[in-house]
Design a protein around this ligand. Sequence first.
Ligand code: ADE
Length: 225
Amino acid sequence: MRIDIITVLPELLKSPFEASILKRAIEKNLVEVYFHNLRDYTDMSYKQVDDYQFGGGAGMVLMIEPIDKCITSLKAQRNYDEIIYMTPDGQTLDQKMSNRLSLKKNIIILCGHYKGVDQRVRDNYITKEVSIGDYVLSGGELGAAVLCDSIIRLLPGVLNNETSALTDTFQDGLLAPPVYTRPREYKGDIVPEILLSGNFPAIEEWRENKAYERTKALRPDLLED
Ligand code: ADE
C-alpha cells in the first residue's frame, strides 16, 4: 500500500511514523508513506498557500491552486483508489472504515488547516471525507496520523502475531475482553483462575463472555444491530 499525505505542516506529522509499529511497517516495505508540503506547490511570494475567504469572515482558507498542482502531479504518476480529506464534518472513522481502506492500493490524504479548503477542492478532487470524532482539531494532521495508524496495523505482516489485529476491540463488533500478565497476584488482587487453567476452549468461552459483558456495560450501542 502507498499513502501520500498532503500537508502544510509535515513536521507535525512525521514522528508517529518514526517509532514502533508504523516505523517497522515502513522499514519492511509493507507500506510506503510520502509527505508532500503544500508550500512546494505554490509560486506565490512567501510560499503562500492560504487566503481570506470571499464574503468575509474569520479564518484563512487553503487555496485550490497548490492543492490542484499537488494532486494532479500525483495522479499523473499512478492511479489512486481514494482521495481523502480530513475534516470534522466528514464521515466518522470507525473500524469498518479502517478495514475497508486497508484493502486499497494507493490513497492520498489531504490535511485541512485554518478554516479548511476552498469548497471547489472538495467538490472536484475529494472522494471521501473523514473525521476522527466530533471535536475540532487545529488541522487534519493529527487525524491523518490516527487514520494511517489504524489502517497500517491491519496490513498483512505488520503485526508480529497476525491474530492480534483480529482480536482487537471492535474487530468483531465487541469490545476486547480484559487481559492480564505477571504477577499472578499483586497486593492481594488475583488474576482470574480460568486464565491459568490451560483449558483453552474454556478460556476462549470466558473471553467471549467477558467481551459481551463489557460491551453491554460500556457500549450497549454496539449491540443494537
Ligand atoms: N480537522 C479538524 N478537526 C478534525 C477532526 N475531528 N477529524 C479530522 N480532521 C479534522
